[in-house]
Design a protein around this ligand. Sequence first.
Ligand code: TXE
Length: 496
Amino acid sequence: MSLTTTLHTPSTGKYEQPTGLFINNEWVKGVDGKTFETINPATEEVICAVHEATEKDVDIAVAAARKAFEGSWRKETPENRGKLLVNLANLIEKNADLLAAVESLDNGKAIGMAKVDVSMVAGCLRYYGGWADKIEGKVIDTNSDTFAYTRQEPIGVCGQIIPWNFPLLMWAWKIGPAVATGNTVVLKTAEQTPLSALVAANLVKEAGFPPGVINIISGFGKIAGAAISSHMDVDKVAFTGSTVVGRQIMKAAAGSNLKKVTLELGGKSPNIIFNDADIENAISWVNFGIFFNHGQCCCAGSRVYVQSGIYDKFVQRFKERATANKVGDPFAADTFQGPQVSQLQYDRIMGYIQEGKKAGATVVTGGERHGDKGYFIQPTIFSNVTEDMKIMQEEIFGPVCSIAKFETEEEIIQKGNNTIYGLAAAVHTQNLNTAIRVSNQLRAGTVWVNQYNMLHHQIPFGGYKESGIGRELGEAALANYTQTKSVSIRLGDALF
Ligand code: TXE
């Protein structure tokens, strides 16, 4: 199989899709000559095959990243690192229509949302480009005989393993802070969605990054992903994905070279609506909170708690709102919800819907497949969901919302925190005191007030409890990719 193939997207027409592994700024085939196919989730048809990385390719990519790290990249000025990231951001914007189209084709996300993702990719890369020359240490005054200071140094070769729900955005969240701080990268995309990252890899070279700084490989978690997390020459692994695999990655890190680990994992985030909320606004945000990206968001507002005074009205109005969401062809301009990413995800979600029905929750709307081709699921709302039901406790990662009633603030804080996860939460109220009191007590890395899913590259994002370790975005992400060196210089005479 060659290293490119001609594909077609409904919005941009023909284009050349790279299919190789991007190592050392070159396109190569996997050593074992393996390939795998990627499926269009809207049609269930094969889009194309890409080359697959196995352990040997991970070794080659890590060696390339090591050579770059020890070589020219180590000496690159922070200013130039920043410029390269800004170049890349500009090229992403220049190629935005194609990148968004490839994202919709491979992932199934609605084209309008894919375009927003791509603009966030550029924003994130440019933001971290701005940080590159602002990574500073401190002078520490201990006594007059000592001059002590700290340096924030890069960690080294970073293995990065990303999921399929935001293929390009996760690419940027990982690459931006790693490269800004002087690390080199071997990034493995999710096997369901390899294509957009490969198109973007061409832009890495065009932006002027030296060979080996950013390496992008396609492959499976159990093979290439496991090889990265257990590799003796990878200094740090950053992972976004399921909590189950997050644990495996920590174990692999512990069992190999104790590489640094950051994890961004699952969630079951509470979205809380008080009696005094602006109900129409709250419904819009609850709808967006759960159905955006077809429910495939780690921070999805999947547990909706409504105070008893507005419960019935809320459920009725939310039903009307959700049934108006346009489900269908990702390339239609008015589509809000496309297909789930894969047959496996479709089956998992339908399994949870069956569970909910069996457990006695009320199906307010949805609960079935949408259409007869593609992995489409109707926007689904369950009401009268109790705390012990699986659909209230486990991450469904689909367009399925569980609603329950609450009476008091004390009760909702307890219920909001009644989960192993702690990624996000939201509070809808017009009372500022309620908003701040409740936000302070929710054990979640992000709390939105009167909005939902409003991520921004300047604002840190990450999980409490089993939702993860470390923070992405904002200044906080820089800490994931630097280590502190203390230098202490003797100014006076010998002490002993
Ligand atoms: O995730 P996996 P899956 C959650 C969500 C979803 C569930 C399963 O609940 O339903 O996970 O999705 C790589 N060593 N999230 O199965 O397996 C894999 O190749 C190293 C939440 O797709 O965690 C891919 O690149 N890597 C989430 C990445 O891990 C391994 C986003 C994610 O895949 C590996 C996605 C291994 N042993 C799913 N096994 C979020 N936090 O946003 C797999 N991988």
